[in-house]
Ligand binder design. Sequence first.
Ligand code: PLP
Length: 365
Amino acid sequence: MSGGDSLAFEISPNPAPVSDVERAALLADPGFGRLFTDHMVVIKYQKDKGWHEARVDPHGPISVSPAMAALHYAQEIFEGLKAYHCADGGVSLFRPDENARRFQRSAERMSMPRLPEELFLTSIEKLLDVDRAWVPTQDEASLYLRPFMFASEVFLGVRPAHECLYMVIASPVGPYFSGGVQPVTVWVSDNYTRAAPGGTGEAKCGGNYAASLAAQAEAIEAGCDQVVFLDAVERQWVDELGGMNVFYVYDDGSLVTPSLTGSILPGITRESVITLAREAGHEVIERPYSMREWRDDAASGRLREAFACGTAAVITPIGAVKSPAGQFTVADGGTGEVTGKLRAELLDIQHGRTEDRHGWVRRIA
Ligand SMILES: *Cc1c(COP(=O)(O)O)cnc(C)c1O
């Protein structure tokens, strides 16, 4: 039983919302992921009842049993998307139906119930109904939405939980990297991989992130911003960064991005970039891409640009690559022209500053 397509939401307004003056001050410099809006969505799932009890509650702590399954076996998935302030004063989402479908695929991989696509979309709209004043209006800022689901059953036996909680919280955010849009330096880890064939690399689950933190710490230690993860079998093919997909721009105008092998998270930004680049006349090739060709083609100058992409960081140039074996830069280490153009075009579509040729933008207010 799944149910839930037409659940009514019970709305409990926050009795003490942040004042207009205080919110304006907070939104002037939101940072990333440290501020939260006044409300949150909660929907319950039980195996014998399906989806039930949909609520919009004041944002706040939830009380759970120390025997709750997710705390022990990490049965948890999430999504990340943004609400954008539009040029005409409205608010929009970018391809939220794709997030809804990916959430279902992640749920299947983690043996969790599928949340109906309509309920996913409605839950986000309900939250934005009450918290739309939290959508920042300045350039490069947005309201980051975090839908997630976890095994809420109180049970220590190892099997798919019979009870889950789906929630959505929202956080106003500025640029992901504190330095603004500047090229990042990435670290190639010898010691750690992120996802193996048959594993959970394709699912957006917290466990993948937990597993990536040791490598990320190593990167910071080496003076880098992010980790490049290589495939777990041969340790030579580029998979992705811990939370972003990667692209390479060649001197003949073609783009290369690692093909989706099962250990790579299929990014919605990745897919959008492929579409936009092809429209702009670039050939885009999805194929395995080795660390050796990254190094050799950067050295020969054939590789002109490299960038990472994802909802949080949009498109971020990769200026330099470090590993225990040494270090190299991509071209002059700056922001390449193709990278800059794709980034600007994507942001223009998301913020309603240019025509939405693909029906990617969903207006909600
Ligand atoms: C979310 C995520 C991405 C980027 O996906 P988008 O849909 O573009 O935001 C890339 N890699 C990992 C591991 C992710 O979790």
